[in-house]
Design a protein around this ligand. Structure first.
Ligand code: ZN
Length: 246
């Protein structure tokens, strides 16, 4: 079992990033994002050609470094073999709307999807919810359908705004980051925050929301770069242990 942290470094060659992005799919499956062969992440091509999107018909736990197609922002396949996910406009339009975003994920995490079927907002009631303290987690409810057109992709990107994640009512969620690490942590923390808040609400216990400004400051304090690196490496080691045991 390889547990050297060097393996999980974020060198910026496309091959290395796609290898990390494949691991991100498998980590997200491990952390509750799996739903048969649905769920996909993408990476903005650093040469400006478009984006690398996981190919279709694979479960998130089955994705490896070669399982991508390169598409332009109109969905034309430029490189790679395999099915183009119908929801490619979700990835393309978020990347067009958000130059700061280099990785987009979409999946059906169970707890977050239950949460998104209701109208409540994710709140910073635990440390995972604090990840979203600054921009919140908006909810896209103009359709529960899959995002298969550029028009729907633009509408979803508008609702996402500057946030790191968006709940898609009666469907799933999308999450973003400036790199593989941050998008993966956003996806994991969204699912954990939703699970925590569902449990809290179901308990019937009275509760108060923490101070909003304090939550934003807490986010910066508990999720600096070194902590993000640490959590990314932790989830990679956890994945290695799981895969070694299979
Ligand atoms: Zn979906």
């Amino acid at each position: 079992m390889q547990t050297s942290d060097a393996r999980y470094s974020q060198d910026d060659s496309v091959a290395n990033v796609l290898d990390n992005l494949a691991r991100a799919h498998r980590i997200l499956e491990m952390e509750g994002h799996g739903d048969m062969s649905m769920g996909h992440l993408s990476y903005r091509d650093p040469h400006g050609r478009g984006l690398w999107l996981k190919r279709g018909n694979l479960g998130m736990e089955e994705v490896h470094a070669g399982d991508y197609i390169l598409i332009d922002f109109d969905g034309n396949v430029l490189e790679g073999q395999g099915l183009r996910h119908l929801e490619w406009p979700l990835h393309a339009e978020i990347m067009l709307a958000r130059p700061d975003v280099h990785v987009v994920g979409h999946s059906h995490p169970f707890q977050a999807t239950v949460f998104g079927a209701g109208r409540a907002r994710i709140e910073p009631v635990n440390n995972h919810g604090v990840w979203f303290a600054e921009h919140g987690v908006p909810r896209f409810d103009s359709t529960s359908h899959i995002i298969t057109t550029q028009e729907l992709g633009k509408a979803l990107a508008r609702v996402l705004g500057d946030a790191d994640a968006v709940l898609q009512a009666n469907h799933g969620a999308s999450f973003v980051g400036r790199n593989v690490r941050d998008a993966t942590l956003a996806g994991i923390f969204l699912e954990k925050a939703a699970a925590f808040q569902l449990t809290l609400a179901a308990s019937g216990l009275p509760y108060d929301l923490p101070d909003a400004d304090e939550s934003v400051e807490k986010n910066r304090r508990i999720y600096p770069e070194r902590a993000r690196d640490n959590y990314w490496m932790y989830f990679n080691r956890k994945l290695d242990r799981l895969e070694a045991a299979r």
